[in-house]
Design a protein around this ligand. Structure first.
Ligand code: GLC
Length: 451
């Protein structure tokens, strides 16, 4: 007995130490971004605004009549794999027109698109050779929508990123499983984790070799194993190295909700302004070295939901874009196209309204970085060269005090009107006299040119 438990202890110790080594390796790996990667990061930060697209066979279920269900329908309605697979045989989005998508998205003022290449359901929205569980092989539609979207993006000068779920509710070797995709799926209670990671990397290799230069890869699903046995067994360093070797400019973004791992290029925040963590699952750590990105839904759903009409107003979405920019972050705004291939009309309308706003006020967003004054209850500041933009999102009075010191103001104007704004310098900052009418704007922007 004793001998056996000693053997078990030794074995356990081996497992623990190999896990710890894996963590230490992933966390401690030295990553020096290449020159191409650094240039891509600058491009990304200048671009400021992207559109997220969640589209897959789950879109057919349209949330199954529930507001809070969408791309998670397989898990939330406990649909076994053999039944879920039938969805693919109905997926025939005959109204899909990549050029139309890109035109409407471009009209919003967004500079890049991030689209789901494979979500947690494991279904690839492109012609993958390593698995036939994909749009080209399993649907009557047969077309590789990523290829079409990439061609449309290239024509329009929009960069394309691929979302890729590390978590997979369909692949039999995704085992041991984490907190989702369990018994109901009908998968065997065994599997070879490493062969799943090999599969994942083979799919990523396809995405990085068959679609020309891409903006990057947006990972999701790591959190499935956060409290699970495979937490440190994703082989992140190997995967990230492969991506950067294939395309040095490709930015790696991982929505794991923890502090960034070496090899990652952008820190994302889900449904939250960086550092705020109102959603409750984001980290409060905010990198001051890497670009940041906040992802948000236009209603309450990532994938298409038939009954979710909690659409945020254009004013709210603009405030989120501005709030992100003032926190030195990009804004990735999500739309869930319908199963017929069209983007929801409500979203298209909003795209155009945002684009109209950006045509006038875009100079205070694009190419800027977080300004000298951190977020305040009234709003934020952004900065480009010798110009500071003061974004007043919520203020009611005729004067506002901004704690800007040690500056020499050349002039201050109301952006969009080119009217001079009166101001008074004090020892602690500047008091701007406000045009009360302009306070009605979604965002009243004082443009301060420094000498
Ligand atoms: C979450 C969800 C996922 C969604 C993602 C977008 O991780 O699990 O469905 O794609 O957020 O940020």
């Amino acid at each position: 007995m004793k001998k056996i438990s000693a053997v078990i202890l030794v074995l356990l110790a081996g497992v623990t130490s190999s896990c710890m080594t894996a963590t230490a390796q992933e966390r401690g790996a030295v990553y020096k971004p290449s020159a191409e990667n650094i240039a891509a990061r600058h491009w990304f930060q200048d671009a400021k605004f992207g559109i997220f697209i969640h589209w897959g066979v789950y879109s057919l279920m349209a949330g199954a009549g529930e507001k809070d269900v969408a791309e998670w329908v397989m898990e939330e309605k406990q649909i076994p794999i053999d039944k879920y697979e039938r969805l693919a045989t109905f997926f025939n989005p005959v109204k899909f027109d990549a050029d139309k998508w890109v035109q409407d998205i471009k009209a919003s003022g967004a500079k890049y698109i991030t689209i789901t290449s494979k979500h947690h359901d494991g279904f690839a929205m492109y012609d993958s050779k390593v698995s036939n569980y994909n749009i080209a092989k399993r649907t009557p539609f047969k077309r590789d929508i990523l290829k079409e979207l990439k061609a449309a993006c290239d024509k329009a000068g929009i960069k394309l990123f691929f979302y890729y779920s590390q978590l997979d509710w369909h692949h039999p070797e995704y085992y041991p499983r984490g907190r989702t995709g369990n018994v109901y799926t009908g998968r065997p209670q065994s599997g070879d984790w490493d062969s799943y990671i090999d599969y994942q990397n083979a799919q990523l290799r396809e995405l990085l070799t068959n679609y020309g230069d891409i903006g990057g890869i947006w990972f999701d699903g790591w959190w499935d194993q956060e409290k699970g046995p495979m937490k440190d067994r994703w082989r992140l360093s190997e995967t990230y190295k492969m991506i950067h070797d294939l395309q040095p400019q490709a930015l790696i973004i991982n929505n794991h909700h923890v502090a960034p791992y070496p090899g990652e290029d952008v820190q994302p925040f889900e449904q939250d302004l960086p550092g705020e963590n109102d959603a409750g699952f984001n980290t409060t750590f905010v990198s001051n070295e890497m670009p940041l990105e906040m992802a948000q839904t236009m209603n309450g759903s990532w994938g298409f939901n038939l009954v979710d009409d909690r659409f945020k107003s254009t004013k709210e979405l603009i405030s989120a874009l501005v709030g992100a920019a003032g926190r030195n972050s990009n804004y990735l705004m999500n739309t869930g196209p319908m199963p017929d291939g069209q983007i929801q009309a409500e979203n298209i309308k909003t795209f155009h309204e945002m684009g109209e706003w950006l045509k006038i006020y875009g100079e205070s967003i694009y190419g800027t970085r977080g300004g000298p004054i951190g977020p305040r209850p009234w709003g934020v500041t952004t900065n480009k060269d010798k110009t500071i933009y003061i974004h007043i999102l919520d203020w009611k009075d005729g004067e506002i005090f901004i704690p800007l010191t040690d500056i020499k103001i050349g002039d201050a104007t109301l952006l969009g009107k080119d009217e001079k704004i009166l101001y008074e310098m004090t020892d602690d900052g500047v008091i701007f006299k406000i045009d009360r009418e302009a306070l009605q704007n979604w965002d009243m922007i004082i443009k301060v040119n420094l000498l």
